[in-house]
Design a protein around this ligand. Sequence first.
Ligand code: PYC
Length: 332
Amino acid sequence: MTRHTFFCIDAHTCGNPVRVVAGGAPFLPNVSMAEKRELFLRDHDWVRRALMFEPRGHDVMSGTILYPSSRPDCDVGVLFIEVSGCLPMCGHGTIGTVTAALETGVVTPKRSGKLSLETPAGRVDIEYSKSGGKVEQVRLFNVASYLHAQDVEIDVEGLGTLTVDLSYGGNFYVIVEPQANWPGLDRMSASEIVKLSPKVRAAAQAKLSPAHPDDRRIAGVSHVMWCDKPRDAKANARNAVFYGEKAIDRSPCGTGSSARMAQLVARQRLNVGETFVHESIIGTMFNCRVEAAANVGSFSGILPSVSGWARVTGHNTIFVDDHDPLRHGFQI
Ligand code: PYC
């Protein structure tokens, strides 16, 4: 019998899970994280399914695997694993991973208060504050983000015609704002979000089939962001982000917040230099900022930053035994 053992640090970022695999991951050659992502998906995807899906994970599970970076300007490489696949970039996953890695000593920073991560979507710089051995706050300086398409009409069974935008913040997001056929988050239950989102995603994908202008490996509509006014007076906006088959992000979603800021700047509802506080479905918040303007291919975009907190919930040694019929996980 073969037993695979994974040494994980479990955490959550503003309520959304992050399982950081610090030991036991499959060997990958010294190539870029974008290439490692492709090799992992081709040869080792069972590891993701075993650690993310039931019975070891659940419908909302998300995590990372740490690898050495092949870039001299990065401290560590991060592979994002999730119920939906291997994301090019994940904001809540980054904040949770940095917190867990620093608090447990898995990563030793060369510079005080700063780290640089190599992600499949590109380099992501980090600034963090730490007190009494605990990481208090992590700000990530995300990859360039841009509005890919605006005022796109899609037909969604159960809602009718919706007018949506498609924006990139490390993943491609359909952005749905309140309108005649969708009155907003207060009038929508979590189970309705889970039922309608795959239809919205499929309709947007069928119409747009987006790919990143500088890296065609980053392609496809993966997330749906339902937007509304904030409940908390400290926030500028609220959202519920859908991913995978059944997941609603409990955090305000880092790549989603980046995509949303790119959309708002392109629509002249937010300016370079301004902050944007984003509230999640459970009321947790990310403090975001438009750092600068940036070009992405022929699109005008932005360089966004996102700040939030995470807490480590425990150390988890996970076994995947060959004689377990459910060793590679399942979803119902
Ligand atoms: O925070 O970027 C994010 C994210 C993506 C999917 C779930 N959370």
